[in-house]
Design a binder for this molecule. Structure first.
Ligand SMILES: Cc1cc2nc3c(=O)[nH]c(=O)nc-3n(C[C@H](O)[C@H](O)[C@H](O)COP(=O)(O)O)c2cc1C
Ligand code: SF4
Ligand code: SF4
Length: 249
């Protein structure tokens, strides 16, 4: 088997940390699903590790669309979702089905936990050292399964009739601290921030991935405080009890 191709959509870094730990020294080329992808075939002897975040119990639609640009040739794939300690609902099944539909055989799957990118006080510091150790163990177990002849496909939880895609009620606002550097416009995965006016946000494109908020060097982007307070209150009621990684092999 070749090194693993890793396809990751990670606006605020949680999925990247998990992907790096799972792949370890097996990491081959990396595909950044935060950028548009040209169609590409993945050889049958090259495993694909796909790591996507959970948004509203689903996958971000743009990440699914870009993942579909990769065409498997019946080769193995590893489906991993990362969520902010609330729930992952139909996201892992959606990822498995997306990969299967693109010509891969999903032979392993997992759900890991990272800080909630909208409310950073939910699951703070995760993935922690135990999560990273679980991700390393998972990668080793997948490698052993791959080395073992014809690895069988896995089942994962979720409803085939997926939850509806979430509607984002708000976009980040920009304060007077903005220096107009344009970094947020370059990094936005859906081009919702015009390069010639990075103080604005196109609400019809924004998926509330929180990347611009996380990366702004002047901390000039943030959710409007009432919206941030509402998210914090709602999630604190349902997402505080620490969840643990789940493995499907
Ligand atoms: C728009 C949006 C919706 C989210 N929905 C969920 C969810 O349904 N369940 C959950 O546990 N976490 C949810 N999260 C938290 C993310 O899944 C989690 O923070 C993940 O680590 C983000 O990945 P990243 O750090 O690679 O960007 C959501 C985050 C965002 C931005
Ligand atoms: S990254 Fe921050 S400072 Fe730079 S343009 Fe965007 S909001 Fe302004
Ligand atoms: S404008 Fe919206 S989609 Fe773009 S980086 Fe910011 S939160 Fe993400």
């Amino acid at each position: 088997m070749n090194n693993w191709i890793t396809a990751v959509f990670s606006p605020t870094g949680g999925c990247s940390k998990i992907a790096t730990s799972i792949a370890g020294a097996r990491m081959g080329s990396r595909i950044d699903l935060c950028s548009p992808q040209a169609p590409a075939e993945v050889a049958a002897d090259t495993p694909l590790l796909a790591v996507l975040p959970v948004y509203g119990g689903r996958l971000p639609a743009i990440a699914v669309q870009r993942l579909r640009a990769l065409q498997g040739q019946g080769g193995p794939a590893i489906a991993v979702v990362v969520y902010g300690n609330r729930a992952y609902e139909d996201a892992l099944l959606e990822l498995r089905n997306t990969l299967t539909g693109a010509g891969f055989k999903v032979i392993a799957a997992a759900a890991f936990i990272a800080e909630h990118s909208i409310v950073r006080s939910i699951a703070p510091g995760r993935p922690d050292s135990a999560d990273i150790a679980a991700a390393v163990d998972f990668g080793n177990a997948v490698a052993a399964k791959l080395a073992n002849g014809q690895p069988a496909p896995v089942s994962v939880p979720g409803n085939e009739e997926y939850r509806p895609l979430p509607q984002m009620p708000v976009t980040p606002m920009v304060t007077e601290a903005c220096g107009g550097c344009g970094m947020c416009a370059i990094k936005c995965p859906v081009e919702a921030i015009p390069a010639d006016n990075p103080r604005s946000t196109d609400a019809s494109r924004c998926i509330l991935c929180m990347r611009c908020v996380a990366i702004c060097p002047r901390k000039a982007r943030l959710l409007p405080p009432p919206a941030q307070a509402a998210f914090t209150e709602r999630l604190s009621a349902v997402a505080t009890e620490p969840k643990q990684p789940e493995i499907y092999l």
